[in-house]
Design a protein around this ligand. Structure first.
Ligand code: SF4
Length: 425
């Protein structure tokens, strides 16, 4: 069952007067299970909609969509599909107490994989899910493979019921579904010969596997260290040698590397990252694959005069302003966790609350969710209210620079297309 949360003005939803709380029951007599049904079944120009208004009244609409008019209906958030696995390296186990509740949910949801590019294991699919993926052409999907040896994969996922992934992917591939895949590298389990086997099996599925990333397992102070450990520098190097072999083969056969080491794999191996061109369209950037080179590319594109290195020095030369990069320690997850997406608001507060010498603070925009909440449930406006300087959320400096440099010289401009956080009243 799905429900209306909001309706945008001047849309079909507004014309139908669908109030928030309306239950959307069926389209063309087909029951609606979730947002996918809603989006795909309302794509036609003509359909019937059965709904129940918040007053309890049952209504049926016979809808002819005027050309180009959007539905404009925002649905209440979907119930997230829970995970059937119990990986030793699960990020949920690595979460400390006191964060947003949603961060304790082990989700494994092919619908979110299609929509947002989150990785799913496909171990909890029902027969009707398989049909839906094919019928709605949910492609590409992002799949956590980890290992193609069924025994090793079940061990990694701690799920004796996990299906054999290669036949599963092949079944989908034969029906036109494509995949981006990842292998979370757990030393002593799926590295070495197992990694070679996994990459060989995935390569053998042909062009339906669009890419594969090899990501070193990421642990926090709270992870199950008795059961899993991070790879050593030499283990990361050995994995990269295998990645390079497959990438070289793919470049020769397919004209693109196909197989990528995550940025963290290079960093932990103490090796330099490949150039930006290596990553093509940066399709696994959100998974930490090529994200450093992507950032550099964005900065360089915003201001061609800026070199890709020495970003701060060039920003200073270009703007006349003085920039200072503050390295914050992640008090929530521990100092080994350095990704901006896991930065708690309290760490920002501690670092900035006495800095009356600063005219402006740029915070990584990845640190907050759509509701402007940091990992530790601190809200960005509330944070800003406690700081002595204006705060702006920025993805890459370049979003700030795109508004022009003049304002930066006087330090007063407020670019309009950048999320700006003002203290709440
Ligand atoms: S698949 Fe593993 S890592 Fe992902 S949510 Fe489930 S248990 Fe956690």
């Amino acid at each position: 069952m799905i429900r209306v949360q909001a309706v945008a003005p001047e849309t079909l939803g507004a014309a139908l007067r669908l109030p928030p709380g309306t239950e959307l029951i069926a389209i063309n007599d087909r029951d609606l299970e979730d947002f996918l049904d809603w989006e795909f079944l309302t794509a036609d120009d003509h359909f019937t909609l059965r709904a129940k208004l918040p007053s309890g009244e049952d209504v049926e609409y016979d809808i002819e969509r005027p050309e180009g008019m959007p539905m404009g209906v925002t649905l209440e958030p979907p119930r997230i599909r829970r995970c059937a696995n119990h990986c030793d390296f699960c990020f949920v186990d690595g979460n400390p107490q006191g964060m947003r509740q949603v961060l304790y949910i082990r989700d494994d949801d092919y619908r979110l994989s299609f929509r947002y590019g989150t990785f799913a294991t496909l171990t909890n699919l029902k027969p009707w899910d398989l049909e839906r993926i094919v019928e709605y052409r949910l492609s590409p999907l992002y799949v956590s493979v980890h290992a193609t040896d069924p025994i090793v994969r079940r061990w990694l996922l701690r799920n004796p019921e996990a299906p054999d992934v290669i036949p599963q992917l092949r079944w989908f591939a034969e029906r036109g579904i494509t995949f981006h895949t990842q292998i979370v590298l757990v030393p002593g389990v799926n590295d070495g010969a197992q990694l070679v086997r996994t990459l060989s099996d995935l390569y053998g599925l042909g062009e339906s596997v669009l890419s594969v990333s090899v990501v070193p397992v990421a642990l926090t102070e709270f992870s199950k260290h008795a059961l899993v450990r991070q790879p050593t520098r030499d283990e990361c190097r050995a994995a990269l040698e295998i990645v390079d072999q497959f990438a070289a083969r793919a470049v020769a056969d397919r004209g693109m590397p196909w197989c990528y080491g995550a940025d963290d794999l290079y960093l932990q191996a103490d090796l330099s990252l490949p150039p930006a061109e290596w990553y093509g369209d940066f399709e696994q950037r959100e998974n930490g694959v090529g994200s450093v080179r992507y950032l550099q590319t964005r900065i360089a594109a915003a201001r061609p005069a800026l070199a890709q290195e020495q970003v701060v020095a060039d920003l200073e030369a270009a703007t006349g302003a003085h920039f200072e990069i503050l390295a914050l320690e992640n008090a929530l997850f521990g100092k080994t966790v350095t990704t901006a997406g896991l930065l708690p608001g309290k760490a920002v507060l501690e670092a900035l609350r006495e800095r009356r010498d600063l005219d402006l603070a740029l915070l990584p925009a990845e640190s907050v969710n759509d509701n402007l909440l940091f990992m530790d449930d601190v809200e960005a406006h509330e944070l800003a209210a406690q700081l002595p300087m204006p705060v702006r959320l920025s993805y890459d400096f370049a979003d700030a620079l795109e508004e022009g440099l003049d304002g930066w010289k006087v330090g007063r401009s407020t670019p309009s297309n950048i999320p700006t956080v003002q203290p709440s009243e």
